[in-house]
Design a protein around this ligand. Structure first.
Ligand code: F6R
Length: 352
């Protein structure tokens, strides 16, 4: 059941500390500062990594690819429906990682099967034991989020992010005390976000807006995309997310005093640049909601602040995403939407 929550989505948002603890269990060693994923003991990878995924899982892949790149591993992301092994460089050295919560998404399965046919190594990053992706790939890593009933992916996205962080460490054979401690601290930090969240007030403030925009840079860029996807799925309102730097290359034309802009300023290592983008939207009178671990630095540029703890540059965006999940939830709730089963959408998309 819903354990007293009005919707599965809200329950699953609140399950994130537990989901992340399960994802980390017996995989991180805080005393030694190491990461070991038992399922991947015989995975060998010296080549480039290609991620294939759809929707929210694609956003997780974008986030994961950045972590691999930071560790010196060439990584690319493909929307599974656009993946064409006949047109891209792929060899037997390539590791193709399918990021798929259900393990049944048709587009992702086609991409993984195509990769198998050309002899690449395939890895499924999935939540569902025994799913098609788990069965058909050479390797599987489970995200262990537990069943997700709400059509909108929430806890599984956070679990994918954490699993991808561990995968980046396994593939690069790099870890550190600090990295492992940051991972171990996440569940408590997520709990703090959930306990102190003022997302509902912010949602109430911006009811009836013409559109919602989400911007972020670096690790925050995929979170901006995910924030917009969540908003459009469950509130049916127009929402767009983009890399902060892209704002002035087109989307700025849409920004008015009726379009709140959610600025992800969470662990941003280029904070002054992103603040420059925030000033551009402010000059067009757009309301600004800053999602940040640095309220004292950015508060003066924002109409509202959604605060998150500092989890470092890699992980603070995971916390920022939790705030966005809550904002979307409360906007949709206020509008009386069918939150757990949004119109036109299915949990598992088994047609191409
Ligand atoms: C969004 C959402 C979808 C899925 C997508 C891929 O909330 O749930 O965008 O992320 O259909 O599904 P999986 O991860 O099962 O392959």
């Amino acid at each position: 059941g819903k354990s007293g929550y009005d919707h599965y989505m809200l329950k699953e948002i609140h399950e994130q500390p537990t989901a992340i603890r399960k994802c980390l269990r017996e995989r991180v060693n805080e005393l030694e500062g190491t990461v070991t994923v038992e399922e991947l003991a015989d995975l060998e990878c010296d080549g480039p990594v290609q991620f294939v995924a759809c929707g929210t899982s694609y956003h997780a892949a974008l986030y994961g690819a950045k972590m691999l790149q930071e560790r010196g591993i060439p990584a690319q992301c493909f929307l599974a429906s656009e993946y064409d092994v006949g047109k891209i460089p792929i060899t037997e050295e390539t590791l193709v990682v399918g990021v798929t919560q259900s393990g049944e998404t048709a587009d992702t399965m086609s991409a993984l099967r195509a990769a198998n046919r050309v002899g690449a190594t395939t890895l499924a990053l999935t939540n569902v034991v025994g799913s098609s992706a788990a069965r058909e790939c050479d390797h599987v890593m489970y995200i262990r989020a537990g069943p997700e009933i709400g059509v909108a992916a929430t806890k599984t996205f956070a679990s994918q992010q954490v699993a991808l962080a561990m995968l980046s460490s396994v593939l690069s054979e790099e870890s550190s005390m600090e990295f492992v401690k940051r991972l171990r601290d996440l569940p408590d930090q997520i709990q703090k976000v959930l306990d102190e969240a003022n997302a509902r007030e912010v949602a109430e403030e911006y009811d009836g807006s013409d559109a919602y925009f989400f911007i972020g840079r670096g690790y925050n860029a995929p979170v901006a995309l995910e924030g917009a996807l969540k908003m459009k799925e469950i509130s049916y309102e127009h929402a767009e997310g983009f890399a902060a730097g892209e704002l002035k290359h087109g989307p700025l034309a849409l920004v008015t005093d009726q379009t709140p802009v959610f600025a992800m300023l969470a662990g941003d290592s280029n904070l002054s640049k992103t603040l420059g983008n925030v000033k551009e939207v402010e000059a067009r009178d757009a309301p600004v909601v800053a999602v940040t671990d640095s309220p004292e630095e950015v508060g003066q540029f924002a109409d509202h602040v959604l605060e998150v703890p500092d989890a470092g540059p890699r992980f603070t965006p995971i916390l920022a995403n939790i705030q966005l999940q809550l904002v979307s939830y409360w906007v949709a709730n206020q509008m009386g939407r069918s939150i757990d089963k949004p119109r036109n959408l299915a949990k598992s998309v088994t047609v191409e």
